[in-house]
Design a protein around this ligand. Structure first.
Ligand code: SF4
Length: 315
């Protein structure tokens, strides 16, 4: 949970998640929708799916117990080198480096290394340096110290060098060039997508769709999501094309919002749309149209579904 998400946010989720899934077996057997619901709002849902895949693997290959060796941990889906090092050192006292962006920044500054963090050779260089430095005793404390130093003191901008326990041996500090290390690569502009989100009511039912099981926001529920920044008139046309039985849709704006993913930004405009149900044949025709687009659910069921937090404004 703490990958990409800050501690104060995770504190609202972790105890609840662990209470429901206290061991790999309970997570491995859980329905995906239930796991995603408990994850709802944390974002980066592939982490939840990887946890499930990992739990299944642990049950199938390690009798339901997490192994202690980094090499074995790396076999588990969803566990990469950082996680393997962190688990092996913190939980099992193994002297395994857990190299992330914090470690790379600290080591580049300590030794004035002009390296670019995203390059593979940088990871290898820092890994081998940490491998030499990490103690046999309390290796978990060493890794945790690096994590804390990176998040609290040796921050990307304006590091608090006066308070740093390493300032007497830090080359970048002694040179007065802390922020020159590591080397920054020019950032590419984030691609932007326009979306029009429609919350469509047919009577007291709401039209939802489940996203495909792979790709962005996989397996989560969403509302009708159309490409582009559609005007009221364009939406009216879309409604008449897709719900020919409707006569006078009630279209209300829910305003604009945005969501920033790690690699992409969504700019959204949302509308709440009520399609009047005047008689049973209209209801039947509208329901048939709706089912070709998704699923009609009651408000009770709607509140139990795991939605992408990207559309929380319109949820
Ligand atoms: S002295 Fe400053 S730059 Fe060097 S490790 Fe400490 S906080 Fe980072």
């Amino acid at each position: 949970m703490l990958q990409q998400t800050r501690v104060p946010t995770v504190l609202n989720y972790y105890p609840r998640f662990l209470h429901r899934f206290p061991d790999p077996a309970s997570l491995a057997e859980a329905p995906e929708d239930e796991v995603l619901k408990l994850w709802e709002g944390l974002g980066y849902y592939s982490r939840a799916r990887n946890l499930m895949r990992g739990a299944k693997y642990i049950c199938e290959h390690f009798h339901g117990e997490l192994p202690s060796e980094p090499d074995l941990l790396l076999e588990i889906p969803g566990i990469g080198p950082y996680m393997a090092g962190a688990i092996a050192s913190l939980a099992f006292d193994k002297p395994a480096p857990a190299v992330d962006g914090n470690c790379i920044r600290i080591y580049c500054r300590l030794h004035a290394l002009p390296l670019v963090p995203s390059e593979g050779s940088t990871y290898k260089e820092i890994y081998s340096r940490i491998k030499k430095d990490i103690p046999e005793e309390q290796p978990g404390d060493f890794n945790e110290a690096l994590m804390d130093l990176g998040s609290l003191i040796c921050t990307p901008k304006a590091p608090k060098c006066e308070a740093c326990p390493l300032n007497d041996q830090c080359s970048a500090f002694l040179l007065g060039k802390q922020e020159d290390f590591p080397v920054k690569k020019e950032k590419k502009a984030t691609p932007v997508e326009q979306h029009t989100i429609l919350k469509i009511f047919i009577g007291d039912k709401i039209l939802v769709r489940k996203r495909p099981s792979t790709g962005l926001l996989a397996g989560l529920y969403e509302l009708v999501d159309l490409p582009g920044d559609m005007t009221n008139k364009e939406i009216q046309n879309w409604i008449h094309e897709n719900f020919p039985a409707t006569t006078s849709p009630d279209i209300r704006s829910m305003g604009k919002s945005r969501h920033v993913f790690s690699h992409l930004r969504w700019e959204m405009i949302g509308y709440e749309i009520h399609l009047p149900v005047s008689d049973s044949s209209t209801k039947k025709a509208l329901t048939k149209s709706a089912v070709s687009l998704g699923e009609l659910v009651s408000s009770e069921k709607y509140s139990t579904l795991a939605f992408a937090s990207a559309i929380r404004t319109y949820r």
